[in-house]
Design a protein. Structure first.
Length: 319
């Protein structure tokens, strides 16, 4: 097997992955408003999962078609001793595919570095610690209001002395229950997986809605005790008036993110007024539809007709 043969194989696999990913992401972008409308009808806990599936689905479909159609079609149609050179279109599309894989890794590394740098600065001001709902609580001697849930595998809650002085005991308990809910529901892991998903198109609307859905999910669990809805709403309003630490570009979740101030009124209204439970039947239907889509893609991708179509496309890109 020649080096040129392997080079074309790698370029072709990357080009196929990038091209299919672009098509799948374009379809998701066109249907984004309808998708968000459906997600809003789910329970927030189910909505977080739906967001995660929606973010990972284009990459999964691209991986299936590349591994089941493009690569087998290459092996069947390209002679091992080929002397052809990769064409400019093949190289260009391969660069697109490579970018879709590398860019999320760079972004996550940047997020992790920023998060680690900030928590390291916070740790230097630590003045005590305790436990709440089986999660360690690190108290910080900061004047800035800080109350966040951090960690993907090892989870902890960070709270500054400023927050303790601003909130009443009941408000503080509701706020801590909210952050503990983030830890229990693995919301930082969900943010990490969404950030790691290969992507080519910006998804700002989806990312903002994911952050909102994550907060709603934690709010619902924190408000399981009667009266805590009002306590949590009061805590959110109190901290929103302060210069709280932002969490939009960090791998942790905060009770209040000043960069999401536009959605604050809707969140407080949801905490105070009676809430309707999401439709679990829709979630089951969506899960079944996604599973059926993956199975159909795998079945179509492994067919000889699909492999032949990818092989013919390769001939156009190599020349």
């Amino acid at each position: 097997m020649s080096n040129r043969y392997l080079l074309i194989l790698v370029l072709y696999a990357l080009a196929s992955f990038g091209s299919i990913l672009a098509i799948a992401e374009a379809a998701a972008w066109l249907l984004r408003k309808q998708a968000l409308s459906v997600i809003e009808r789910l329970r927030p806990q189910d909505g977080v999962i739906a967001h995660l599936v929606l973010r990972l689905l284009p990459a999964l479909l691209a991986l299936l078609l590349t591994s089941l159609s493009a690569v087998p079609g290459y092996f069947k149609g390209e002679p091992i001793g080929t002397h052809e050179l990769p064409g400019p279109w093949l190289i260009g599309l391969a660069i697109v595919g490579l970018y879709s894989l590398i860019a999320p890794l760079v972004q996550v590394a940047w997020l992790a570095a920023r998060t680690q740098a900030r928590t390291k600065r916070w740790l230097q001001t630590a003045i005590g610690g305790e436990s709440f709902s089986n999660f360690p609580v690190i108290e910080l001697g900061l004047e800035q209001p800080v109350i966040v849930a951090s960690g993907v595998l090892t989870k902890s809650i960070w709270i500054s002395s400023a927050v303790r002085s601003l909130l009443s005991p009941r408000e503080l308990r509701a706020a801590l229950r909210h952050e503990a809910a983030h830890c229990r529901q693995n919301h930082n892991l969900a943010k990490l997986l969404c950030a790691l998903a290969p992507r080519l198109l910006p998804a700002k609307m989806m990312e903002e809605n994911l952050r909102e859905t994550i907060e709603y999910a934690a709010d619902d669990e924190a408000c399981s005790i009667p009266g805590d809805g009002l306590n949590l709403a009061s805590a959110v309003v109190t901290l929103a008036k302060q210069s709280a630490a932002p969490a939009s570009s960090m791998l942790y979740t905060a009770l209040v993110d000043p960069r999401q101030a536009a959605r604050l009124e809707r969140r407080v209204e949801r905490l105070v007024l009676p809430r309707q439970l999401g439709n679990s039947r829709i979630f089951v239907t969506l899960s079944s539809a996604c599973f059926a889509m993956i199975v159909c893609t795998a079945a179509i991708g492994s067919s000889p007709l699909a492999q032949h179509a990818f092989r013919e496309t390769l001939e156009l890109l190599v020349r």
